[in-house]
Design a protein around this ligand. Sequence first.
Ligand code: NAD
Length: 479
Amino acid sequence: IPVEPFDLVVFGGTGDLARSKILPALFRRSVAGQVPEGGRIIGVARQDMGVEAYHALIAQSLRELLPDLAQVPGALDRFLKQLDYVALDATQPEGWEQLASMLGQGVRAFYFSVGPGLFGALAERLRQHGLVSDDTRIVVEKPFGHDLASARALNATLAAQFHERQIYRIDHYLGKETVQNLMAVRFGNMLFEPLWNSQYVDHIQITVAEAVGVGGRADYYDRAGAMRDMMQNHLMQLLCLIAMEPPAKFDPDAVRDEKLKVIRALDAVKPHHIVRGQYAVPVGGVGQGYRDEVGDPRSITESYIALRAHISNWRWAGTPFYLRTGKRLVARSSVINVMFKDAPHSIFGEEAGRHANVLSIRLQPNEGITLKVTIKEPGPGGMRLVDVPLDMSFAKALGPENQSPPDAYERLIMDVIRGNQTLFMRGDEVEAAWAWTDPIIAGWQARGDVPKPYDCGSTGPGDAELLMRRDGRRWQGIN
Ligand code: NAD
């Protein structure tokens, strides 16, 4: 869908996120012809540099990250022509006139790719210096608070300067092609929705596994941990999309109202339904454990968490949701598995048809949706049954041009420009998620809970396996 010329200002334009995600996403959209001439992309940061130096910095990142696109004749030059740079300190009064003079009359988006401590100052300065029009949007990154009180304060700070319809709280998991495909599969077919409840679904597993450790984000991460960094936002959002009632329309508030109801229907998590872990170096292994990486031999921050959640409503009473996420695990893999119940009676013998139907929604790598079904093994060998995946991946179904769906940031940034908030978190959703998270963290603190060590490159602490096994269930593999 074509868009009108727009201006996009990236505060933190020299930072890691801007260089690794935001500007590459804009470059890809530019090559696709979706960044119309007449608009500007403006990096803003504290570093005192001219536009040529900024171009050199960004061109270098783009050549590294997108070597093929950067070689398309004229593509990089065209993009850099639209790219400007303004040096200013968000907490200081200087530099704003220069920024204002660069902006046109159309849609304006201000991307706050800076630490949350600057959100308030930025919002105020933008208003003060007359940069906010009715067509202005702001985009804010996680972390959106570190508990309910700070999230409320942050929401209040932004609400003092902007309407909720102007605030885009980004969660890049929602920008994944497969996440939207999940909604299409659920609500565009007759086949799934009648089975989408505790009568037919035994349980649901959501896994977001990372192979990397904390790396350069040690300072932030050690204060946050997996619960705040991943569970409260990404896994919670995926849970909402899986569990929500069908919205009346595919419109931002209809969808977000339904997601909010899910979070509010979540029971408090019982302490024995949570496992916390922290990666350690395996015996005789190489590399660094979590505590070495963050430089604190006594850190009790969790780098892994697995829990069993319950949604108390008519649809889901009796169907547990098992959520797990962690760093330094065996593979990078984000998958939602909807585990359907077994057929009530097997005419083929005891084991046949057990856990036959699993709907797997894979977010990364290899985005796609598969449904495991049981069929007869081909051949004359009698009635032997095998499980095969029914592949609903768009890449195969829709042809080679869909082999690489747009990156989440590309889609989400274009949604900001189009003014579509469906895939962004509303303030009340974020607060409700913290209201569920806070007592869990408070419980650990009160009990002096220490995370269980687990080996780098494993599937997490053994207790996470027990969490499932106690219920007579097993995690699907991480791959
Ligand atoms: P970074 O430290 O690499 O970059 C910060 C940027 O902010 C720099 O461009 C710096 O010049 C600018 N800046 C800092 N203080 C400023 C001020 N007073 N005025 C103007 N500019 C100022 O950080 P990052 O990794 O790019 O992260 C940015 C935000 O996005 C953070 O809130 C982070 O938590 C969040 N985030 C980052 C990632 C990631 O992958 N890097 C992922 C998710 C969320």
